[in-house]
Design a protein around this ligand. Structure first.
Ligand code: FES
Ligand code: FES
Length: 175
């Protein structure tokens, strides 16, 4: 079987009923789709299959043979975030980030489908079934609406991937 993931073609060796989520994470080492509930209920594993949002935890790879898959990694780079990624960054729409890949991917599909400003109801419908345990939804919805209106410009203060993790020492923390 073959998959085109973020524009690159891959021959897949996992068995045909393996969930796409596991193929992406374990075989291809593309880790933005997160393994949350793994039952179709939380949305954090969402990727685009031929442009449509799909729960990768419930998608056997045999059903998407030859398809074009887009994950968060395929939407932008640290140096050039996509409009939705930039809006999430600028409007503080992520906290722990576990739900963020699915939120951003599904929101990107919404914006591409509508092709202009989206309403709060549009966003709530597109992100129905995407669960966030820490940021809350107000900032997430605001970010998607701002991105749809083109209100967020280029983000220039992202750290380079070569910078590594910052040194953070919290007094009393075991870390
Ligand atoms: S991990 Fe797929 S919907 Fe929760
Ligand atoms: S940012 Fe933590 S679950 Fe959404």
């Amino acid at each position: 079987m073959n998959l085109i993931v973020n524009g690159r073609e891959h021959e897949i060796t996992s068995p045909p009923l393996t969930p796409l989520l596991h193929v992406l994470r374990e075989e291809l080492e593309i880790t933005s789709p997160k393994a949350g509930c793994q039952q179709g209920g939380c949305g954090t594993c969402t990727v685009l299959v031929d442009g449509e949002p799909r729960r990768s935890c419930l998608t056997a790879i045999a059903t998407v043979d030859g398809a074009s898959i887009t994950t968060l990694e395929g939407l932008g780079e640290a140096e050039s975030l996509s409009p939705v990624q930039a809006a999430f960054h600028e409007l503080y729409a992520a906290q722990c980030g576990f739900c963020t890949p699915g939120m951003v991917v599904a929101s990107t599909a919404l914006l591409e489908r509508v092709g202009g400003p989206v309403s709060r109801e549009d966003v709530l419908e597109a992100l129905g079934g995407h669960y966030c345990r820490c940021t809350g939804y107000v900032k997430i919805v605001d970010a998607v609406m701002a991105a749809s209106r083109g209100e967020v410009g280029e983000v220039r203060d992202m750290p380079s991937p070569e910078d590594g993790e910052p040194d953070v020492t919290i007094k009393g923390s075991p870390a």
